[in-house]
Design a protein around this ligand. Sequence first.
Ligand SMILES: Cc1cc2nc3c(=O)[nH]c(=O)nc-3n(C[C@H](O)[C@H](O)[C@H](O)COP(=O)(O)OP(=O)(O)OC[C@H]3O[C@@H](n4cnc5c(N)ncnc54)[C@H](O)[C@@H]3O)c2cc1C
Length: 436
Amino acid sequence: MKKPSQFDAIVVGAGPSGNAAAYVMAKAGLKVLQIERGEYPGSKNVQGAILYAKALEEIIPDFREDAPLERHIIEQRMWMLDDTSFVGTHVRSDDYNKPPYNRYTIIRAQFDKWFSSKVREAGALLICETTVNHLIMDGDQVVGVQCDREQGDVYADVVILADGVNSTLARKAGFHGEIQARNVALAVKEILFMPEETIRQRFNIGEEEGVVIEMVGRITDGMMGTGFLYTNKESLTIGVGCMLSDFKKNPNRTSPYVLLEQMKHHPSIAPLIAGGEMKEYCAHLIPEGGFNAIPQVYGNGWMIVGDSGGFVNAAHREGSNLAMTTGRLAAETVISAKAAGRGYRATALSPYKAALDGSFVMKDLHKYRDMPDILHRNPQFFTTYPDLLANAARTMITVDGIDKKTKKREVMSSFRRSRSLSGLVGDAYKLWRAFR
Ligand SMILES: Cc1cc2nc3c(=O)[nH]c(=O)nc-3n(C[C@H](O)[C@H](O)[C@H](O)COP(=O)(O)OP(=O)(O)OC[C@H]3O[C@@H](n4cnc5c(N)ncnc54)[C@H](O)[C@@H]3O)c2cc1C
């Protein structure tokens, strides 16, 4: 029999999605309980980490006043690497140096703690070091959660699952199936301590300015994946992630740790991180299935937000951006449902999906819906093309007495030899489809 609700809403998890949901509901005066298994919010979290200001601004407009931000990003580098070189583009603009800044590097442990303090200030009750083991059902309606504590049953009108990638709660309740290795990446990252002055000199930046380097190519050993290097105030974040299914079938049996070590020794990367002292090392899954892997995200008395619903835009790795936005949209749906007094059946919570569909979240996921599959089935984009481009650039730039026309012919024939004319045309079409 259904026990009376003790809370309007229970939020499971205190990452960006859970904090966004709990904050918005508490701020609107709802009685909110948030449960986090970590010792404190942020203690279980791993992130690169770039914070996209817009999503947080919609929730806490004046967040810049006291949020622990590292550097605002003024330069984005995109590198394609072969074994010894990189070819890339750098976009740097003084427009990015004018407040309000668009993106920041953050340290997740500090940021999540700060966000959580705002959630509590707004009036939500947070319980840490507590794991939710099951959802409590009354027929087909979720009515509460069962925690790993004595008398650990808590009841609420609605439960928001913000428990991150590989949500065991959603799986146990049958809301979505087993996680598929082809739909998640395994990423490892390190934070390397470095004096502020060294970072400024190496990356050609001022006191608060930051640089992001995104990388593809030989660093992922033929697997679909990317590497990244971000500048924090007094540290660098370096990491690499590849599809879990690719790790499983990698002929060299390369482990994520070895991949990161190899990447750190790449001649284009090693000088940037030289002397860095490792402060933190972690590994985590990232949902990469995109639009086609998003499960049902609401039902009778429940909603799924953030990584738990697979909301990561593989094209830009904006997980926390999507996490905060989905958390906010779910919270706004609960607030409206309560105001309308129409209960919390799936029909009352369906505006959540409509709001998602109308937002950049589903629009962007839909736009890049074919990308994960196309890139996954075409490893040449991570192997052959970085090699060809690096070789072409070296050939054209090297001054060695060979005339430019001959060099150009050499470059063209190296492309045709590796991929054939029809292969090149096919690859161009695939790339267009992936990023159209
Ligand atoms: C290496 C790496 C780099 C990344 N870089 C970026 C980046 O630069 N920018 C970006 O926007 N995104 C990035 N992401 C993605 C981003 O980290 C995630 O999308 C984001 O953290 C998702 O937030 P979330 O709140 O949904 O989940 P999480 O942050 O995973 O939070 C889930 C929380 O739920 C708690 N929890 C889980 N199960 C339970 C339970 N049963 N009971 C109680 N609590 C529970 C966990 O302890 C955790 O605190 C990166 C991810 C990785 C792994």
